[in-house]
Unconditional design. Structure first.
Length: 86
């Protein structure tokens, strides 16, 4: 009779790898008051239901949307016909 503990490496080789199920990250998101930004930030909740390999697509999409919102702040509106009157 052998009282030795089984080697963990042997046990790992016997059991198939099963990744953990998606779980909410529990990160609170606060509203900014700017609807387009809030919509992009709300999209971050999608990762709570995705496996880790699906997070990147969501993060890149949110980053792209937020960057576009910031870029739009630098754009000057087209002058209206009556703006250039003297």
């Amino acid at each position: 009779m052998n009282d030795e503990m089984p080697d963990p490496a042997d046990r790992a080789a016997e059991e198939p790898y099963a990744p953990a199920a998606p779980a909410p990250l529990g990160v609170d998101r606060e509203l900014t008051g700017h609807a387009p930004v809030d919509a992009h930030l709300a999209r971050l909740a999608d990762v709570d239901h995705l496996p880790a390999d699906g997070h990147l697509e969501v993060y890149e999409d949110v980053h792209r949307g937020l960057r576009d919102e910031l870029t739009s702040l630098d754009a000057h509106p087209a002058p209206r016909p009556h703006d250039n009157r003297s």
